[in-house]
Design a protein around this ligand. Sequence first.
Ligand SMILES: N[C@@H](CCC(=O)N[C@@H](CS)C(=O)NCC(=O)O)C(=O)O
Length: 219
Amino acid sequence: MSRILYSGTKNASSWAFRAWLALKEQGIEFQERVVDIRRPQRFDNLARVAEFSPPGAVPVLVDGDAVIYDSLAIMEYANDLGGGSLLPADMKLRAQARSLVAWQHSGLSNLCPRLSFESSFYPDRRAMSPGEAADTKRLFDVLETTLLRSGGPFLVGDLSLADLAFVPTLIRIMSHAPNADEWPLTEAWYKLLMSRATVQEWMEEASRLPPVLLDDYRV
Ligand SMILES: N[C@@H](CCC(=O)N[C@@H](CS)C(=O)NCC(=O)O)C(=O)O
């Protein structure tokens, strides 16, 4: 089997998590090579990735002679390989799912930037700042409305790339905001996603790793 996913340290690599999830959810076989992206070895390791993948970042999927980089491209490829079941068949619903994925990919990376994916695994997590609570409310209000419109339990129809793209963000936020009573549909959706075997497999491995401490978490 020639398909190789260059993934990242599991408690530090939210983008790799998304690509990995889409492949796993589609039942696609692949070998996984975990690239250690912790400092200082991060720089040498990613320089080696740059020898075959222009961005020099993870994730990268190498499938025979195709080098597919960026989590979004890998998620779409996983969906194609698996027959398209991770995007709705209806064109408008598909566009809605892609809008959510694109928003997560291009705009939401700056949401609560100091609540990194790494910080979800810290044993002593701090409280959210007022700004982080406001960012969370803005996002969760949208998710709640989206779930109300879809009728649940997923954002758009069946489980889709949109749900998977949000998993690491939900983990970052929910590990710092245990009370989500204001958004019952979002909380139920979060619990449903967390109960999936794929998500549990990643999180169990990630939880066993030594925490990756980042300087800006507490300042
Ligand atoms: N837009 C890229 C972002 C990938 C990314 O930032 N990956 C991190 C690890 S999670 C990385 O390898 N960063 C190294 C770098 O960008 O120099 C994607 O979605 O795949």
